[in-house]
Design a protein around this ligand. Structure first.
Ligand SMILES: [Cu+2]
Length: 256
């Protein structure tokens, strides 16, 4: 009789342990599933600034592009430029896509040296993610395709130094920086860069080292006290850098 009681007690304990274990396991699975679900969701709160860029696809002979892949701009680019290390030929084409719609404006043109093609973008293009799809064609008639992405977020302009309404604006080059580095200016403003530093600097339009985005915005070597001026007559964003310090010295001008 005693044996039966001990066996029954042991059985009850085993069942209880088994039940507890099973319950624990299933609770763990539920927790894990919830975690996975949360991780897959885009974070809330500042989600407006969270943009997921997919990997770019580079065609044969591709070198660089402006705007840069993965960049978020405070204004519409004055054009999309893609640089190559081989002669581009007719039929080369750029499309600037958002939700299947092309926000490109006018035709794709090939630069005189045939190493870049470019296309303008509609000034009223909405904020958001854009995919640039391009077809690069060569003298033998073959073509290769590629793509990259950038985003527009006009709210970013709020952090730029507001120099609108001025006929002339100065940007100092000091401590290996453009100061101020991001500015808003009115159409028709003359912007002058002044080297106030102990070493030489340049003003170079993006990308590096192609310097093709807005080719007028390329200075000679500027030594201490040297100046470089340019009048900006077209609205849009102008991203630039110093080619002697391309990794650390950059700026942008939003012309409105
Ligand atoms: Cu520099």
């Amino acid at each position: 009789m005693k044996k039966y009681i001990i066996s029954a007690v042991l059985l009850v304990i085993l069942l209880a342990l088994g039940g507890f274990y099973f319950f624990n396991q299933s609770q763990e699975n539920i927790d894990k599933a919830l975690d996975d679900q949360n991780n897959n969701q885009t974070p809330s709160g500042d989600s407006a600034s969270e943009i997921n860029f997919s990997n770019p696809k580079k065609s044969a002979h591709y070198e660089s592009n402006t705007p840069a892949h993965g960049s978020t701009l405070a204004g519409v680019p004055v054009n999309i430029v893609i640089d190559f290390n081989f002669d581009l030929a007719k039929s080369s084409e750029i499309r600037i896509l958002k939700s299947g719609k092309d926000y490109g404006f006018g035709e794709t043109t090939i630069d005189q040296n045939k190493l870049a093609m470019r296309r303008k973008m509609k000034a009223d293009s909405p904020d958001g993610l854009y995919t640039v799809e391009y077809k690069a064609c060569w003298p033998d008639g073959s073509c290769h395709d590629g793509k990259f992405q950038f985003a527009l977020d006009r709210a970013k302009a709020e952090s730029f130094k507001d120099e609108r309404g001025k006929a002339e604006v100065e940007i100092k080059m000091s401590n290996i920086q453009f100061n101020p580095n991001n500015i808003r200016a009115s159409k028709g403003t003359k912007i002058t860069w002044i080297n106030d530093d102990s070493e030489g600097h340049y003003v170079n339009t993006d990308s590096h080292p192609a310097h093709t985005y807005y080719s007028e915005q390329n200075s000679r070597l500027l030594k201490i006290g040297d100046r470089f001026s340019l009048v900006f007559d077209e609205s849009g964003i102008y991203t630039y850098h110093c080619s002697a310090h391309a990794e650390i010295m950059s700026g942008s001008i939003l012309v409105e």
